[in-house]
Design a protein around this ligand. Structure first.
Ligand SMILES: C[S@@+](CC[C@H](N)C(=O)[O-])C[C@H]1O[C@@H](n2cnc3c(N)ncnc32)[C@H](O)[C@@H]1O
Length: 257
């Protein structure tokens, strides 16, 4: 009698899939020195609060430049990958925020749009700059149900959200990041990926943030780069991850003090 092997179906959650795919995209940016160039814009700030650290390649670049880093992400799979990368690269992941020192990182798993972040995390951290680079998220039903009311509360209409959920979410997170910087009375550095350069002459949005939140200065910088991903996802052609087609992009850097 043959013993039929039971087929085990391995299902991956959207969160897990996101971590795997972003890891590839971020490694590409790291290998092409993109993070190194972004880090240069915040060199004068010692302690960095990194919102949405992803799989840690950006965090690693911050540590390599000598910063103390408090790295936050809502996705436990991303944090796990980030910790592995940082340790494998010879840097210390500390367990107690009181031990934070240059070239060390303290990870926090938290969603910055949840009240618990403001209540439990924010009072205990003291950054010199808050950064939010390349924001994006996994999307499943639960995430949409959670995020849409927050985007509406922020001021977007259902139509705007339906038209482009990813960029609507990005707007919400950038706004929250700026609010956090204001609460902590420090600078903020936002980085987005776009197709065209943004300067003070065609700024669609950041100058409103500056005015609304009362920052006194805004500095624009644009950096040409290439990517293998679009919207945080790897490009897939014919069912295969596409590692051939590099696409030109621009990293838009906005520093507000
Ligand atoms: C596209 S990745 C960018 C990672 C990193 N900043 C970089 O440039 O490589 C965006 C990360 O932000 C995280 N994120 C999105 N929304 C968040 C939130 N509300 N709170 C905390 N992290 C969030 C996601 O889980 C994801 O890991």
């Amino acid at each position: 009698m043959h013993c039929e092997k039971q087929k085990r179906v391995i299902t991956m959650t959207e969160k897990e899939k996101y971590a795997l795919e972003w890891n590839n995209s971020a490694q590409y940016f790291y290998d092409h020195n993109s993070y190194k160039h972004l880090v240069a814009h915040i060199s004068k700030f010692k302690t960095v609060l990194e919102i949405g650290c992803g799989t840690g390649q950006s965090t690693l670049a911050l540590l390599e430049a000598g910063h103390s880093v408090i790295a936050i992400d809502q996705n436990a799979f991303c944090i796990e990958k980030a910790k592995q990368l940082i340790k494998a690269s010879g840097y210390s992941v500390i367990e107690n925020i009181g031990d934070l020192a240059p070239k060390t990182v303290f990870f926090i798993e938290s969603d910055i749009t949840n009240p618990s972040f403001e209540r439990d995390v924010l009072p205990n951290i003291f950054p010199d700059v808050v950064i939010c680079w390349n924001i994006g998220s996994y999307w499943d039903k639960a995430k949409i149900n959670d995020a849409v009311p927050k985007m509406i509360e922020y001021g977007l209409s259902r139509e705007q959200i339906a038209e482009n959920t990813e960029s609507s979410y990005g707007e919400l997170i950038f706004w929250r990041t700026c609010v956090i910087a204001k609460v902590k009375q420090c600078a903020v550095h936002l980085v987005d990926r776009g197709m065209q350069k943004i300067t003070k002459f065609n700024d669609p949005y950041y100058s409103f943030l500056k005015r609304e939140l009362g920052f006194s200065k805004i500095k624009y910088a644009n950096m040409k780069a290439t990517t293998l991903s679009k919207g945080g996802r790897q490009l897939i052609s014919n069912g295969q991850v596409n590692t051939q087609n590099e696409m030109p992009i621009i990293f838009i850097s906005i520093l507000m003090t």
